[in-house]
Design a protein. Sequence first.
Length: 256
Amino acid sequence: MQMANAFENHIKNVGVAFANDKVEKIEKQGNIFQVKTINNNYQTKNILLAFGRKYKDLGIPNEEKYKGRGLFYCSTCDAALFKDKVGVVVGAGNTALNSVIDLFPFASKIYVITRGDAMRADVVLQEEVKKNPKVEIIYNSQITELEGEVMINAVKYKNLQTNEEKRLETFGVFVNIGMKPNSELLEGLVELNENKEIITDLLGRTSQKGIWAAGDVTSLPHKQISIAIGDGIRAVLDIYSEIRKSNYQETVADAI
């Protein structure tokens, strides 16, 4: 957050207009892009998309109510809150099992719930998790309901093979079932891969002339803040180069 604030202050200090708004639609009309937001409409010849990605949801009815109220996504940030408490981790990959390991020093009991019949994480992580007596793995199951007046105090889950439902009392749930790019607005505008990530080259150029993309919304590997920042800088430099080239060509054309 501190880094984001520093970037915002820098943008404002150099005189760049900053709008805290939400993009609802992007359309191409001729060689101009129309960007519609909640509060305004913008026209531009060049766009840099840095939409990022978000955590996948459990997909149950009352999920939104408990975000920040017992639903957790970052064990590095929040594992210490589980001191002497029961925790639930949903997932079967490396992120999920790292969350379990982060809970070892704090939680009194850790339940791991996964839809599959096996873990998908690295073997070394599986071995570390399975040998800890605090951990109980519940296979072939998914959470169907979250309970609690204000904060989560229990979950209900269903066995996908038997349809048997059970209830677990817990302080909270770490949801580690993956992430998805925020690319819903871009269907048909730029080329996406099978994971709905924007396909770019190393300069951030997309399949649509005039549109660049950077960071976690793209198909480039290694989703980290430092890499996303570098991607953005590289794309901005390329955009600047293209604008200068375009302005020069227009000047020459006018002279002729």
